[in-house]
Design a protein around this ligand. Structure first.
Ligand SMILES: [Zn+2]
Length: 301
């Protein structure tokens, strides 16, 4: 019996597949804090966490795992997420990079899938380009709040997009546009924090986690590459975006298939020992040490 028995419907070897997959989480704000927590519960075994920020008071309305104690200590978000994941799954292997994600490129390019929690268009564009280059499926989450006319309140809306080889990219889907990039650079430094709430972040993050599990295990197959799920937070409806449904180009023109690969790849750096060591089972001493460490973290930090 295993702690993952209730999800055995995910298919043959799903537990092992999830334990072996490496997920990169870039940007650990409201959205990706849900993703980190859920992936730990699902049994994902390897994480690369990149975010240069520390928790602040205004994060407490939405950062899963965030507490007053962490705010007082100005703890790095990557450290908060690492402790949360280990408290759920002490066997998880986690690399933390408390810096700009671009500086962790060498590690991120080894990920099997990357989930972005970036709230600026420039960052989304760069991360999509990075993932296209290294043939990594990229899941982007975005949420916004729009003021409605004549005192009708606000519209909460968002989307989750899976950009992968053979599917439309963020530019094809209109998530990244030249106008949005120009608008963002005009406002640079003047824009305040975007409105964010925990429950709509949670809906989008859950959709993103569903896509990750769908990619890794055999429980369900998507009919075609990519995905664009559109969320209307006022009605609570999630639908496949019309723009994605109508997209039928043979390939994305922004990232031609010739512009892929790693110019710095050197086969001599990959010896068999390194690869097998990554997935070597933990000895019982390691397991006890990790468990005690995560319980201590959960109780006192
Ligand atoms: Zn494109």
């Amino acid at each position: 019996m295993s702690w993952l028995d209730r999800q055995s419907f995910l298919g043959a070897n799903s537990e092992q597949r999830l334990a072996e997959v490496t997920v990169g989480l870039v940007g650990l704000g409201g959205g990706n804090s849900h993703v980190a927590q859920q992936l730990a519960h699902v049994g994902v075994g390897n994480f690369v966490l990149a975010d240069m920020d520390h928790i602040s008071l205004t994060n407490l309305n939405r950062l899963i795992g965030g507490t007053w104690w962490y705010v007082l200590k100005r703890t790095a978000k990557v450290a908060i997420m690492k402790r949360m994941i280990l408290a759920i799954n002490p066997k998880a292997r986690i690399e933390t990079h408390p810096k700009q994600w671009q500086l962790a490129g060498d590690v991120l390019k080894r990920c099997d899938v990357i989930v972005g929690g970036l709230d600026n268009v420039r960052g989304k564009d760069e991360l999509d380009a990075f993932c296209r280059r290294f043939l990594i499926p990229y899941i982007d989450q975005g949420m916004d709040v729009h003021k409605l006319d004549r005192g009708h309140g606000h519209l909460v809306a968002g989307q989750v997009v899976l950009s992968e080889p053979g599917s439309p990219c963020l530019r094809c889907m209109g998530i990244v546009t030249d106008e949005a990039l120009a608008e963002e650079s005009r406002k640079y430094g003047a824009a305040g924090g975007r409105p964010q709430v925990v429950w709509s972040n949670g809906v989008l993050a859950s959709l993103a986690v569903g896509l990750v599990v769908q990619m890794v295990t055999p429980w369900s197959r998507r009919a075609r590459p990519g995905a664009y799920l559109s969320y209307d937070g006022n009605s609570g409806l999630v639908t496949e975006a019309e723009r994605f449904r109508r997209w039928n180009a043979a390939s994305c023109s922004h990232y031609p298939h010739t512009a892929v690969g790693d110019p710095s790849f050197d086969i001599r750096k990959f010896v068999a020992g390194d690869v097998s060591a990554k997935h070597a089972p933990l000895g019982w001493r390691d397991w006890i040490l990790r468990s005690v460490r995560s319980w201590t973290n959960a109780l006192f930090l």
